[in-house]
Design a protein around this ligand. Structure first.
Ligand code: ASP
Length: 445
């Protein structure tokens, strides 16, 4: 085993599409990678948007495939894709012969060309350029990320191949987002899948940290469209992140968390455009003393729910509730929250999932639950205050309700997550933004 494999820190660093959108971004990536010799595994997305109206290469490649399907010429789009790659190469003074490879690809394109293979070329060519620019060895994801017959990642085979590639070459660049099926064909993951590739590489190589470089300085404590300049979260646990993501905050591809979480590898979200900012560290357990005072980690939520409250005196709660849940299940509707009273219970579901079935559901519930009355409340938003220390702090809920009340927000439902990581409050859709602001301003500390 070469010496470098067994010594020192090891970091897997993944750069998202906006971090590799053009030559200038490539320069920033190089500075980041070179500033820390332990950044030896680099996972790269396809070049993304350079400016707001620009197109991601992945989108252009999907469009190219759609043109082929409909028998419309894709020459113009392909030329655009080609020139994006070549301009990065030329601006950086690289010598790679990707022009020839792109021409060969163009000549093979027809109606039956695999969409997965075509779309994966975004990551493939971006990584080829990055490998040459960094002086790292390019390792094709088709040779180190494997799917099984069911289309799931074959962890054992993937782990072994990634580990071997690192041991053999020491410093590697791997394209994200795709891998190979047992048939030898290329398969892409769901959109944003390079996050997963990065996590697989970090887990396989037992990296000390998985850095996910993007264009924001970590996860924000609240939606910046609602709260002006929200602070970013310094430390968050994997469980809190799940709560935040479940209620609407989107940062990372969800599946990307599992491989690193299993191995206890911290995940650090960083900003390529602001490399000195420490970003957000996602860990199993937060030890940082400085974090002790604050109990709110983040606030998030979603609009568009309905609350169905079933009233019945002297009911057998478990029987009546289980019947109500069976009805929801029959209509394939997910219940997001349940709140219980003595002679009533309330079920919260998204209005779009209830849709046209609402009246049939109400009639079934009336019959099967022997409900005296069912109240339907529309236009409800759920706001989640997420924080690992909320449960340990006395009077938290009271303070939250008080702050909302003082600001004229009427609380319609309340549910505390059973793991006590979140308090979820139902308010009118029209009060949603105020509620988020009140929680952030009152408790972000
Ligand atoms: N390039 C792919 C996408 O745009 C995958 C990724 O960036 O992670 O979804």
């Amino acid at each position: 085993m070469p010496l470098w494999v067994s010594k020192g820190m090891l970091k897997t660093v993944k750069f998202g599409g906006s971090s590799v959108a053009g030559a200038d971004q490539f320069r920033k990536v190089k500075a980041i990678v070179e500033s820390d010799p332990s950044r030896r595994i680099v996972v790269v997305s396809a070049a993304g948007k350079r400016f707001p109206d620009d197109h991601k290469l992945t989108d252009l490649l999907y469009l190219c495939h759609a043109h082929l399907q409909y028998g419309v010429s894709c020459d113009e789009i392909f030329a655009d894709i080609r020139s994006r790659f070549l301009s990065i190469r030329d601006e950086l003074g690289l010598s790679s012969d990707i022009g020839m490879e792109l021409d060969a690809l163009r000549s093979r394109l027809n109606k039956d060309f695999s969409v997965d293979e075509l779309v994966s070329r975004g990551e493939y060519f971006t990584s080829r350029l990055m490998a040459e620019y960094l002086g790292y060895v390019f390792v094709d994801a088709a040779d180190c990320v494997f799917f099984n017959f069911e289309g799931q990642i074959d962890r054992e085979q993937t782990d072994a191949a990634l580990k071997e590639a690192l041991e053999k070459y020491g410093r590697i660049v791997i394209p994200g987002f795709y891998g190979r099926l047992p048939s030898g064909k290329i398969k892409v993951m769901s959109r944003g899948g390079s996050d997963i590739s990065g996590a697989l590489a970090a887990a396989a190589t037992e990296s000390d940290i998985y850095e996910n470089w993007t264009d924001v300085s970590g996860i924000l404590m609240a939606d910046p469209r609602i709260v002006e300049n929200p602070r970013s979260i310094a430390h968050i646990t994997y469980s809190e992140l799940r709560e935040l993501a479940f209620m609407g905050a989107s940062v990372l591809h969800e599946e990307s968390i599992l491989p690193v979480r299993e191995k206890g590898i911290p995940l650090n979200i960083r900003n390529t455009n602001c490399p000195d900012h420490p970003g957000t560290m996602i860990v199993d357990k937060v030890e940082d003393e400085a974090e002790q005072a604050r109990f709110l980690t983040g606030v998030t939520g979603r609009r568009g729910f309905q609350v169905l409250t079933v009233h019945r005196h002297d009911m057998n709660l478990s029987r009546t509730l289980s019947r109500a849940l069976a009805i929801f299940d029959r209509y394939h509707i997910n219940v997001e929250h349940i709140t219980l009273g003595l002679d009533s219970f309330a079920l919260v579901a998204s209005a779009s999932s209830l849709g046209e079935n609402l009246y049939e559901i109400l009639s079934d519930m009336k019959k099967e639950c022997h409900a005296e009355d069912i109240e339907v409340r529309d236009n409800i938003a759920l706001v989640a205050a997420v924080g690992r220390k909320m449960s340990a702090r006395l009077g938290t809920s009271g303070e939250i309700f008080n702050a909302l009340g003082m600001n004229g927000v009427n609380i319609r439902t309340i549910a505390q997550g059973s793991d006590e990581l979140s308090i979820i409050i139902g308010v009118d859709n029209s009060d949603y933004e105020t509620a988020v602001r009140v929680l952030y301003e009152g408790f972000a500390g």
